[in-house]
Write a protein that binds this ligand. Structure first.
Ligand code: NDP
Length: 320
């Protein structure tokens, strides 16, 4: 039996930690999983990337490593997001090709789709127009993964593919106020607000109007889907990994769910002078559902509660 050696780049991040957790109870005997972070190799650097591949000799790669950030971090660093992610992605894909890796699963995002588009978004629309101006650097770098995957298939017949998750949240997220996504950012804010007392006079301030709509997937649900894609999905074309369209929630619903999880006693207020970003980016998971019609996602409130409990229990070591 040929052993699969599966290298997970970005293995120390939100999604990587979730895959590691799923694999603890779902590893197959012919699979060896290796999770690496930026301490193991700087994937912006080709030599460092080559050394990593020489060390582990992967046959398969799940490529998660990326410069990742929330709306406000993206708006101020578009060039850094473009360049760092272009370098990381080209180094990983080309080194995988040069070392005969048979399959790579890379990670795009629903936030890279065109700004002006018809809803729901599907996999065929990635390149149909410019992305939202807030995150064009990240978006174009990610879109190029899909272009490269097509090239590796056309020129070499390689199954280098990609998945397109909606917004992800869960344990091991990035809670730094300057760089975090909306859910971990709000978890941190609420935690700090009530750590000296959960009283009725406290105001939980949410940036923006609270009206934008988003689909959020729990990192552990996404992790199971990543493992499925690695084992079963064999097309270079991307596949959206998202909750259903009916499971879309507003930022205001997110804030209320967090308030319930923290048993917050104060008031939620909205700072409508702050940017909202794209109003919605509803994605269709019809392609995924065609493969996995019985797939069930964790209830949003339950996943939020687990994420909040994890943060409370791991505050000292979390990425604050
Ligand atoms: P995190 O920010 O939690 O983790 C990023 C990972 O990338 C870390 O393991 C980090 O290593 C690694 N990394 C960053 N820069 C480098 C580098 N130069 N060299 C080597 N490793 C590096 O990200 P997520 O887990 O949230 O995201 C994983 C993937 O999912 C990304 O590709 C992202 O674009 C995509 N995605 C994320 C969404 C989300 O809502 N979070 C939504 C849709 C897609 P270390 O920590 O050791 O520094």
């Amino acid at each position: 039996m040929n052993e699969k050696i599966i290298l997970v780049t970005g293995g120390t991040g939100l999604v990587g930690c979730a895959i590691k957790k799923i694999i603890e109870s779902d590893a197959k005997s012919d699979e060896q999983w290796i999770f690496v972070g930026s301490k193991d190799a700087d994937l912006c650097n080709k030599q460092s990337t080559e050394a990593l591949f020489r060390k582990y000799k992967p046959t398969h790669v799940i490529h998660l490593a990326a410069m990742v950030g929330g709306l406000f971090h993206n708006m101020n660093h578009n060039l850094d997001f473009l360049r760092n992610n272009m370098h990381i992605n080209d180094n990983v894909l080309q080194t995988a090709h040069e070392t005969n890796v048979v399959k790579v699963v890379s990670c795009l995002s629903t936030c890279i789709f065109p700004d002006k588009i018809t809803y729901p978004i599907d996999e065929t629309m990635i390149h149909n127009g410019p992305p939202h101006p807030s995150n064009y650097g990240y978006s174009y770098a990610k879109r190029l993964i899909d272009v490269a995957n097509r090239g590796y298939f056309d020129q070499y017949g390689k199954i280098y593919t990609s998945v397109i998750p909606c917004n992800v949240f869960g344990p091991h997220d990035n809670y730094n106020p300057q760089t975090s996504h909306v859910i971990p950012g709000l978890i941190r804010k609420l935690y700090d607000l009530i750590k000296d007392g959960n009283t009725e006079d406290k105001e939980f301030k949410v940036l923006g109007t609270g009206k934008p709509l988003r689909q959020f997937i729990y990192s552990l649900d996404l992790a199971k889907l990543f493992v499925w894609v690695l084992r079963e999905y064999n097309s270079p074309d991307p596949i959206i990994l998202s909750v259903d369209e009916t499971q879309e929630v507003s930022i205001s619903q997110v804030a209320h769910s967090l308030a319930r999880a923290f048993e917050f006693k104060g008031r939620i207020v909205y700072d409508s002078t702050a940017a909202d970003g794209q109003y919605k980016k509803t994605a269709s998971n019809a392609k995924l559902r065609a493969y996995l019609p019985d797939l069930k996602f964790t209830e949003f409130d339950e996943a939020i509660k687990e994420s909040v409990d994890w943060y409370r229990n791991n505050y000292d070591t979390a990425r604050n």
